[in-house]
Design a protein around this ligand. Sequence first.
Ligand SMILES: [Zn+2]
Length: 127
Amino acid sequence: MKYSNKDFIPKPPDILILIIPIAIAVICIMMFSSKTIGKNAKIIVDGEIIDKISLQKDAVYNFNLKEDNIVEVKNGKIRIKSANCKDKTCIDTGYISKSGDVICCVPSALVIVIEQDENNEFDAITR
Ligand SMILES: [Zn+2]
């Protein structure tokens, strides 16, 4: 029996629903590479950098996204302190501080990435 491939091509909205979580997962995997202490964290929502946070001063940030995420910076480290997403994986990740470290909150489409030190950036990309 033969099946037409047409049946398996999702419509555009379906593709978006599939791609966004996959893209977030890919970003997360890619970022687990070289490790040096980072100075800033990038806040990425739906693949766009919406903010940059310095890790050099303690502070608490409240991001009202698809879910509420409270982000805390303490002693050069950053974590998601609380979130009303269902899985709480982002909270369980705890503090991150090294460049390339990532916290993901998939329900919020939120990714926190510690920035590469400028000197190491080229190195990390080519690796
Ligand atoms: Zn979460």
